[in-house]
Design a protein around this ligand. Sequence first.
Ligand code: SAH
Length: 185
Amino acid sequence: MGRIPREEFVPPESRLQSYQDEPVSIGYGQTISQPYMTALMAELLELHGDETVLDVGAGSGYHAAVLGALAAQVVSVEIVPELAALAAANLARAGLGGNVTVICADGSHGYPERAPYDAISVAAGAPEVPSALVDQLRDPGRLVIPVGPLIDQELLVVEKRHGRVDTHVAAYCRFVPLRGGGGWQ
Ligand code: SAH
């Protein structure tokens, strides 16, 4: 994360906040997540460098850039067209888009075209773990997702291994709502 210029992913008028440990508004009612959360979620995925990762909720593209530094390929899905364009532009300007593909789609259903994924990271809170995401996770694979009511959530790690799916709570958090068919609609 020290190598990734976060200021390239923060709106120009908020650049003084680039290295503060807090979310920053990126428009359309959305935020670039708190850096601590991006770090924690990336750490929980236990990436080694050869994985294909699905990132749901591209937003500014910053989280995708961090995942791109840790894995081989990142597919980053964003439901708001303007933010999908913003994420792609930010990644390109920062020179970090080489292994990140930004797609405008409802990622609450995952992105079956590129499945299975070694790891899946969801940057918006869901009422429950969308079954499509578990289906698109490779065995072995790890999914990290905030789940719970709109006001605050549990950060869940869903681990698929030897045909089994185990879930544990890694942290408590507050994310913007996951929209779409597998989210809050
Ligand atoms: N990872 C982003 C954080 C973005 S906040 C970053 O580093 O900047 C969560 C994002 O999820 C928002 O941009 C929101 O528009 C997006 N989102 C919400 N529901 C979604 C869905 N069903 N599919 C894809 N993106 C979604």
